[in-house]
Design a protein around this ligand. Structure first.
Ligand code: KG4
Ligand code: ZN
Length: 340
């Protein structure tokens, strides 16, 4: 029996999901996420509640990750954790836990940038996903992020475009909220959009520099449009829900694709990957797949559990850094804002 396996534990606590995962040889053996339902009642993430929930969840989540991977904590080779970016109170929980566990086990500690991890999630070995080749473009789209990154190597990344205000997931969620859908409304808006006419209503696409994004104007446009129509017909939203959702989704997806096309034109790179929770959107997936035939791109969409916030991607980065012996010292501190 081989004993050469390096088991790396990954810990994620940047926002409202507490995650722990074990990876060995690029394969994720366990990927546990405790999603905090408490925020639903408030229609958004409440930082103080998130921090408290992480404190309650972290020990059971880590135990479960070890149990599902069928290993003992003494078999771990290193601990990787999300240092940032994210909510400070949330990051502190994962950071302190990772530090004390690494110290207790006397094994290396590895810091991970959450945004790099979303991109490197593509390198997890899983049947359901394909691995991009360098150089590639990665568009990270979620409730917290909207970026286009030029990826030249595992740790050679350059942000070439990003949102100037809201993240794209917020644009989905805030539009859904205006329509009276429960938080987070993105997935529901997507569901209704699939039964509607995307060309029925037209919303403006904000004009900013070619690779950057802006979503705050869209939310305002949706709000004014709904207010205006509701004054004429109080049942406007109920009567036209599918078409409204389809039209909003069409506008957002078209905007994302415009930006990707600009990035491809600017860099000459046609290998394109996406990540983040909004990668689950049916419109985004269809548009990206269509670009393979339409423009000759090679596209990559991770398995859904590696799109949303998860510790599998943190463990993946942990493994890459472990191979490079890129360890950190135990005086490391969490960082809410963090560049690559
Ligand atoms: O990556 P994620 O789980 O958490 C972070 O924000 O980091 O992404 C969650 C976001 C939410 O805004 C949610 O509404 C959006 O992803 N989302 C979707 C869909 N599924 C999740 N938005 C549109 N269509 C979907 N199918
Ligand atoms: Zn994220």
């Amino acid at each position: 029996m081989s004993h050469n396996n390096s088991y790396i534990l990954g810990i994620e606590s940047s926002c409202d999901d507490t995650g722990a995962a074990v990876i060995a040889n690029g394969r994720v053996l366990s990927n546990v996420v405790a999603t905090q339902e408490i925020h639903r009642e408030y229609g958004g993430v409440v930082p103080e509640l998130a921090s408290r929930a992480h404190q309650q969840n972290i020990v059971p989540v880590v135990h479960q990750a070890l149990r599902r991977a069928n290993i003992d904590k003494n078999q771990l080779s290193a601990i990787a954790f999300t240092r940032g970016p994210g909510l400070m109170g949330s990051l502190l929980v994962g950071t302190s836990f990772a530090k004390s566990l690494a110290m207790g086990l006397n094994i290396p500690l590895i810091e991970v940038n959450h945004m790099q991890a979303h991109i490197l999630a593509h390198f997890i070995k899983a049947e359901e996903q394909t691995t991009p080749r360098f150089p590639f473009l990665a568009m990270t789209i979620s409730g917290g992020h909207t970026q286009i990154v030029k990826v030249t190597g595992y740790f050679d990344m350059e942000v070439i475009g990003e949102t100037l205000d809201d993240a794209v997931g917020e644009a989905f969620d805030k539009s859904a909220k205006i329509l009276g859908l429960p938080y987070p409304g993105g997935p529901l808006l997507d569901k209704y959009a699939q039964q509607g006419d995307p060309k029925r209503f037209v919303f403006p696409k904000p004009k900013v520099s070619p690779l950057d994004f802006s979503f705050s104007g869209l939310k305002t446009a949706v709000l004014y449009f709904i207010e205006k129509e509701t004054r004429k017909d109080p049942d406007f939203v109920q009567k036209n829900l599918h078409d409204i959702c389809a039209s909003i989704q069409f506008t957002i997806v078209d905007y994302l694709m415009d930006k990707l096309k600009n990035a491809v034109a600017e860099t000459g790179i046609t290998e394109v990957a996406i990540g983040g929770g909004v990668s689950a959107n049916s419109g985004v997936r269809n548009a990206l797949k269509a670009a393979e035939a339409d423009y000759g791109w090679t596209t990559h969409i991770p398995k859904f559990e590696y799109c949303t916030d998860n510790a599998g991607m943190i463990a993946m980065v942990g493994q890459l850094k472990f191979e490079n012996k890129d360890f950190t010292t135990s005086d490391i501190v969490a960082k809410a804002r963090m560049k690559f």
